[in-house]
Design a protein around this ligand. Structure first.
Ligand SMILES: Nc1ncnc2c1ncn2[C@@H]1O[C@H](COP(=O)(O)OP(=O)(O)OP(=O)(O)O)[C@@H](O)[C@H]1O
Length: 228
């Protein structure tokens, strides 16, 4: 089992987010994570990555509890751009990631090339646009190259060209047997990446495979109220 969340509950003081929720990923591949704003997508990714602790229940990665060591060994996490340092360049971020994970510095060039970032790699991040930051965050996750990738809104703020670069990158990851859990509000783009989607509904995590002809938007509207 690649990822197992079992009977997990987590909430803030007045607000339950998960109540005895469970999820499983048995097969490698790309999986979507979809829910309305504030439902708990980022919280779920933080719980899996051990940045938050559930009040009850278990989270297992590759059959082991999600200890900090297990997360370090098995998981690459693309968080939001608040984890970036404005006064450092993209290359400095990638160097730092490579050093802490004992990855050869030469891997930086190929990741930067793959995401078409070479032109701005030496500029300070405070001068980056939102889309440039998104590509740097994805580059950092790709460099770490773990069997399980947690990608929090990797499609956010991308122009059509960047979107197609990122889409191809994610599809390649899926082909090489990496597992990625990808949150997004961009349902059309999500469907081009995967038809296997986890939806957060009533404090539970529901898996759904979109059948041929079915759209993520129709499923979303069915689950969250609006009728099309
Ligand atoms: N540190 C915190 N303290 C209290 N409540 C929090 C905290 N962080 C998040 N929340 C609340 O937890 C809920 C889930 O937040 P989360 O960021 O996981 O949602 P999300 O599904 O990722 O939302 P979005 O689509 O807007 O990114 C929200 O209602 C939010 O207000």
């Amino acid at each position: 089992m690649i990822l197992q969340v079992a009977d997990m509950s987590f909430g803030w003081r007045q607000q339950p987010i998960f109540a005895h929720a469970s999820m499983q990923i048995e097969q490698p591949g790309l999986y979507g994570l979809v829910a309305p704003n504030g439902a708990g997508k980022t919280t779920l990714l933080n719980l899996i990555a051990h940045l938050r602790t559930p009040q009850s229940g278990q989270i297992m990665i590759q059959g082991q509890p999600n200890s900090p060591q297990q997360v370090f060994d098995q998981v690459a996490f693309l968080q939001d751009n608040s984890v970036l340092y404005g006064y450092l360049s993209g290359r400095e971020h990638l160097r730092f990631v490579a050093e802490t994970h004992q990855i050869p510095i030469t891997a930086i060039e190929s990741v930067a090339d793959q995401l078409d970032m070479v032109d701005y790699l030496d500029r300070r991040v405070k001068k980056y646009s939102l889309g440039m930051k998104q590509r740097l965050l994805l580059a950092m996750a790709l460099l770490v190259d773990r069997p399980l990738m947690l990608l929090d809104e990797p499609l956010n703020g991308l122009d059509p060209t960047s979107l197609s670069i990122v889409r191809e990158t994610l599809l390649d990851l899926g082909k090489k047997g990496t597992t990625a859990l990808i949150s997004s509000h961009n349902l059309d783009e999500m469907m081009r990446i995967t038809r296997d989607i986890f939806f957060l509904v009533d404090h539970q995590i529901e898996f759904y495979h979109l059948a041929a002809g079915e759209t993520a938007e129709a499923r979303y509207n069915e689950l969250y109220g609006k009728r099309s």
